[in-house]
Write a protein that binds this ligand. Structure first.
Ligand code: GLV
Ligand code: MN
Ligand code: MN
Length: 430
């Protein structure tokens, strides 16, 4: 008899409950921010979402705490004292005008798993921790995965003082504004010996699963990301009075750089590289003034770390040449840099074997997006489960995953955690 599937037979995730939680979190959105969900990192709304998580976990009888980074953790105790924890979870913040699933899918899957374990009175030897990470999205401060970076010891107070949002508010000040002291960040650091394994469920944010009609993805690699701000300095001047040949137009140079970035990513040396300029600030931003200063925010993603950094360097070199030819200046500032990660084979195999045991088809694939798992894997062996994204769309109000699809992924998540609980038990003392 297979002990894993025997233990798991009752643990079938409930699609209606998952849908209800998705809707509850989606309702927590900045009023007047337009379409979709806007719940940015280190805002009162993000904290409200954490309070919802805390309430449900507390109602289930779990011990819940929030760490100095704003991550919320809930623990269901194991039956064997002293064993390290198994973990699962994802993030509750969003990009501006987001969908309802990025990050949230993994948190509602964690809530559902906690619910199933409690409802069915399932015993596990290891404690199981359910985590809602804070501030995963890089949309506000440029740097992604702040809560999990702090947990992994990859960022600290000095770094948090340097990152700013569009209003000049530092990450550190934003943390203070919602009650966290960045000077205490080290207290949120996870100790490797307290953790046995972590598995995050997330939406794919791409179209591989949907196009291949595969319900579950098992992630093998997570892309890295280099984020740079290119500031082009020209000369602001009257749009009517300044002849075309006498201009130093920062926005026109910026536009050429945007197309340069696209063409670099499209050439055959960069198969797999993704370069995007997702944000442009043209100053002074008047229809009757030639832009004197334009800022381009560039995100370079790759699963090859050398190619990621070399591409960033090539873009800066070639953009410098564009600016020289156009008689404008260029400065490049690195806003954030994360390396790609290969997730451990062992966890991948556990999730894959669990899928097979449950009769659920799966496919191994890389992640183009960043995830808390990328950081957490520095501390604890981590696996990722993807569920399909409708039309491959994410970071958009059109983002969608069916409740049944989410339930299938959550069933695999719960089963994988219980499989790990069996596999990672130390042999009994004779
Ligand atoms: C996280 O959502 C990312 O930007 O990859
Ligand atoms: Mn996410
Ligand atoms: Mn995201």
């Amino acid at each position: 008899m297979n002990p894993v599937t025997t233990a798991l037979a009752p643990l079938t995730a409930d699609a209606a409950r998952l849908r209800q939680r998705i809707d509850t979190f989606a309702a927590l959105s900045e009023p007047g921010a337009g379409e979709g969900v806007t719940r940015l990192a280190y805002t009162p709304l993000e904290r409200q979402a954490h309070a919802v998580f805390t309430r449900e976990m507390t109602d289930l009888g779990l011990t819940v705490w929030t760490d100095a980074a704003g991550n919320t953790l809930a623990e269901r105790p194991g039956t064997r004292p002293g064993l390290p924890a198994l973990g699962t979870g994802s993030h509750l913040d969003s990009v501006p005008n987001a969908g309802a699933y990025d990050g949230i899918a993994g948190v509602v899957a964690a809530l559902e798993t906690a619910h199933l374990l409690t409802e069915h009175d399932i015993e596990h030897a290891h404690p199981v921790r359910f985590v809602a990470f804070a501030a995963e999205e890089g949309a506000r401060f440029g740097q992604a995965c702040t809560g999990s970076r702090i947990a992994a010891g990859l960022t600290g107070p000095a770094d948090l003082e340097t990152k700013q949002d569009a209003d000049g508010i530092t990450l550190a000040d934003a943390m203070r504004s919602v009650g966290f002291d960045p000077a205490e960040a080290a207290a949120a650091r996870w100790q490797p010996d307290e953790w046995a394994a972590f598995v995050e469920l997330h939406i794919e944010q791409g179209s591989v699963l949907e196009s291949t009609r595969t319900p579950v993805g098992v992630v093998d690699q997570i892309s890295g990301s280099t984020r740079i701000m290119l500031q082009v300095t020209g000369r602001a001047s009257h749009t009517g009075g300044t002849p075309m040949h006498l201009r130093a137009d920062a926005l026109a140079a910026g536009a050429e750089i945007v197309l340069l970035a696209e063409s670099i990513a499209g050439d055959t040396r960069h198969r797999g590289t993704r370069i995007s300029v997702g944000k442009i600030e043209a100053s002074p931003g008047s229809i009757t003034t030639i832009s004197g200063r334009t800022r381009l925010y560039v995100d370079i993603r790759d699963i090859d770390s050398d190619r990621q950094r070399l591409t960033a360097a090539e873009l800066v070199d070639r953009a410098t040449a564009v600016c020289r030819r156009r008689g404008v200046g260029l400065t490049a500032t690195t806003l954030a840099d994360a390396s790609p990660v290969v997730l451990p084979r062992r966890l991948r195999d556990t999730v894959a074997t669990t899928c097979t045991g449950l009769g659920i088809d799966y496919r191994v694939l890389p992640s183009g997006a960043s995830h808390d798992s990328q950081m957490i894997n520095h501390i604890v062996p981590t696996g990722m489960i993807f569920v399909p994204s409708r039309d491959g769309i994410s970071h958009s109000p059109l983002e969608r995953t069916g409740a049944d699809e989410l339930a299938t992924g959550t069933t695999v998540l719960a089963a994988s955690l219980l499989a790990l609980d069996q596999q990672l038990r130390p042999a009994p003392q004779l």
